[in-house]
Each structure stands twice: as C-alpha cells, then as structure tokens.
Design a protein around this ligand. Structure first.
Ligand SMILES: C[S@@+](CC[C@H](N)C(=O)[O-])C[C@H]1O[C@@H](n2cnc3c(N)ncnc32)[C@H](O)[C@@H]1O
Length: 390
C-alpha cells in the first residue's frame, strides 16, 4: 500500500517536472507535493499521523496537560485585553484536533465566562484533517462553542481580536534547500533522470532567499563556512507571518515549535541543515524515500520570525523555552500530585512519563515559545504574563 502510494506520487511529481518549463522543480515544490498533494500527500491521508499509532508525537498528543496549561495562558490574554467578546482563538494547523479539544474542555470547566466569549477558528491546510477535526469537535461540544474552519482569504484584514496560535505548524512548511559552493549560493532542484528523481543545483529561484540572508546578516562567504554548506530557508513562514499580521486587528501571536535563533541556526558546524523525516517513530535524513508516506520537517528560525514580524507590524513580547512556560503555568504542581496518593499506583509511571516528556530538555522542553503582539497598549505588552515569568 505504502509502496503503491509512493510510486503513484513519484510518477505524478516526475510528470510535473517533465511538463515544467525548466524541466525541474525546487525542493520546496517537491516537499509541498510530498506533504500536501491533494491525492497522495502525507497530510492528506486517512491514516493516523500523530501520536502512538502515527509517525511522531507532539506535545498535544501525549496527554491533555499541554492544552490545559496553554488554556490558562489564553485566559490571561483575554483578561489582559479587557475581556473582549468575541475573543478569537485561531488555531493554525490543528492536526488530529487534540489541542482544540483539550483547550476547550478545560476552559469550559474552569473558565466558563471566557468560554462563553470564544469564537474558535481553525485554519487547516489538509482537507482530510479538517474533516477529522470537525467530527471530533462536534462530538465533544455539539453547539456549545462557536467553531469555524476558514481559509485565510475568507477572513477580512484587521478583523481578528484575540490570539492566533500554532504548535508544530511552521516546521511542517515546505522549505527551499540551498547550498554554498565556490563562493556562490545555489538552490537545490529536482529533475527527472530516466524516471529517477535527481538533485541538481541552480540559481536561487526567488530574490526573497537573498533578502532573507541579508536581513539576518548571514554571510556564507566568510571562511568559517565549509564548502558544500547546505541549509534551508523557510520563505513560507515569512509569508504566513505577513498574512497573520494583516488579519489580526488586535492581540497575540503565539508560536510553539522546535528551532533556533538565527546565528545558531546557520552555525558553520550545522553544515547539513536541519531537514528531518519521520516514519513510524523513526527519524532519518532522506526525503526521497517513503514519498508521501513520511513527514518531512525542518527546525524553525525564531530570529527570522521576530525580525520579519517587526517589519510587518508585530512587536516582540517574549520568548521562552517550553519547559519554563509549562512550569510557570502549573506543570510542577501536576508532578507533585503524583506523590499525593490520589493517583492510582498503576497510572503513576505513565503519568510521570507524560509530564516529564513535556519538559525534557533534550526534547519537547527545549521547544521555543515566541509571543508577538499587535496593537496592544504599553501595559498590555509589558504585563507580566504567567507563562513568561523568569
Ligand atoms: C506537525 S502537524 C501539527 C499538528 C498539531 N498542531 C499538533 O500539535 O499535534 C502540522 C499541521 O499543520 C497543518 N498545516 C501545514 N501547513 C499549513 C498551512 N499553511 N496552513 C494551515 N495548516 C497547515 C498540517 O496539515 C497539520 O495539521
């Protein structure tokens, strides 16, 4: 089944290459087809992708804790903004719908006033996942919460007030692959070599890549960079941020993902970039196998989001590691509860593993949480928010 799907997608990609003017496509186009092709793309599959029975875990698939603690922070945003109604909670890339359910369940029980004010909007690229999300939310909440699925183009500019948030969204955007060779920065393309996908190097496909490195002050012609230095550029992340800024009238943008600050991302020692593939809980570096049946991701560049965010009209409010964020919001109390005698002994180990995974410095705990804002007043920006205290 997997092989059949992979072969069909590879055939489709090769046909696209053959019919293109230059007989080649960028790696970003290739990755987009692997992940989001409407027939065979990874995220357009009926299979479970995320969690124990999928290919990888996210914080939201481990337990309800992540969503519940995040809900506490979302409620504080609402209060800091003087409790507007409606308050838009806009989740982008909701996957299997776990985070949505966990946030809404918690708010319904613990913060009923806030719950009443929420308009929950999901922006989801995969039609199959959007359908799954609709089913699961309908089953859990029926009509007790307003939930809507939109494309960005259906939302008017400057119309959202609230918080636009995402978990592991930007790492799933297709990236341009670039390589530095003999003093020039080139881009990786794919061609059809007698039925096989083959990499070739060519000129940069868009001026935005050059602009990106200039903006971040990254200069590969310094001696410290080795020959054949290869890395990625996530131009879609910048376009996404521009759209988000345009649609937001007032409020917060909360981005949770794994990544680095700019200079660390493009460190000379990271000469093969950060591209990774996930298949049945194993990871490797080959994006040309299991085509359409494996996830392909790259780390995100938080400095780029901060720098371009400011350019587009967002202010940078805070950045913190996930472990600290969750501890500030009460994860420590949940760990202490394990020894309170209230939890059945048989559940303690599993529960402890779930909680520890969320703050593991070698894993999810090291994720970054970036908070940006638009049209917030001085007090709202400087407010000492629970999750971001040091
Ligand atoms: C790695 S999954 C993360 C899912 C979920 N947030 C979680 O934490 O489990 C990435 C999600 O983002 C969605 N996605 C990717 N690109 C998107 C885009 N441009 N707009 C909206 N959703 C997108 C994918 O379809 C998928 O639902």
């Amino acid at each position: 089944m997997t092989n059949n799907k992979s072969n069909l997608l590879q055939k489709k990609i090769i046909e696209l290459i053959d019919s293109s003017n230059q007989k080649k496509i960028t790696f970003a186009d290739y990755m987009n087809l692997c992940l989001y092709d409407s027939e065979y793309g990874y995220y357009n599959s009926e299979n479970i992708l995320i969690g124990k029975n999928g290919d990888f875990y996210t914080s939201t698939s481990l337990s309800s804790d992540f969503g519940e603690l995040l809900a506490i922070q979302l409620e504080e945003f609402w209060r800091v903004m003087d409790k507007p109604t409606p308050f838009h909670l806009v989740e982008v890339g909701a996957g299997e719908g776990n985070l949505t359910i966990n946030i809404l369940n918690y708010l319904k029980t613990h913060y009923p006033d806030f719950f009443q004010s929420i308009e929950y909007i999901i922006i989801e690229k995969s039609e199959i996942l959007a359908e799954k999300q609709k089913q699961i939310i309908k089953k859990s909440f029926n009509k007790s919460v307003i939930s809507k699925w939109y494309k960005w183009e259906d939302i008017e500019n400057n119309s959202l007030q609230g918080c636009i948030f995402s978990n592991e969204l930007i790492d799933a955007f297709p990236v341009h692959l670039v390589e530095f060779n003999q003093g020039i920065l080139q881009e990786v393309y794919l061609t059809n070599n007698e039925g096989n996908l083959t990499e070739v190097l060519g000129n940069l496909s868009t001026i935005e890549i050059e602009d990106f490195f200039k903006t971040l002050n990254i200069n590969f012609s310094q001696d410290i960079y080795p020959e054949k230095y290869r890395t990625e550029v996530n131009i879609q992340a910048l376009n996404w941020l521009k759209t988000v800024t345009k649609k937001l009238k007032k409020g917060y943008v909360l981005t949770i993902d794994y990544g680095y600050q700019g200079d660390k991302y493009y460190h000379p020692q990271r000469f093969q970039g950060t591209l990774k593939c996930y298949y049945q809980h194993r990871h490797h570096n080959n994006p040309y196998v299991n085509i359409g049946c494996q996830d392909i991701t790259s780390h995100i560049n938080f400095t780029a989001l901060e720098t371009y965010g400011e350019r587009y009209g967002l202010s940078n409010i805070a950045y913190t590691p996930q472990a600290l964020f969750l501890m500030n919001l009460g994860l420590g109390d949940r760990i202490s509860e394990l020894s309170s005698g209230k939890i059945p002994i048989g559940e303690i180990i599993e529960r402890r593993n779930q909680l520890h995974s969320l703050i593991n410095p070698e894993g999810l705990g090291n994720f970054g949480i970036l908070l940006q804002g638009k049209n917030l007043n001085k007090e709202q920006k400087n407010y000492s928010l629970k999750g971001f205290k040091y």
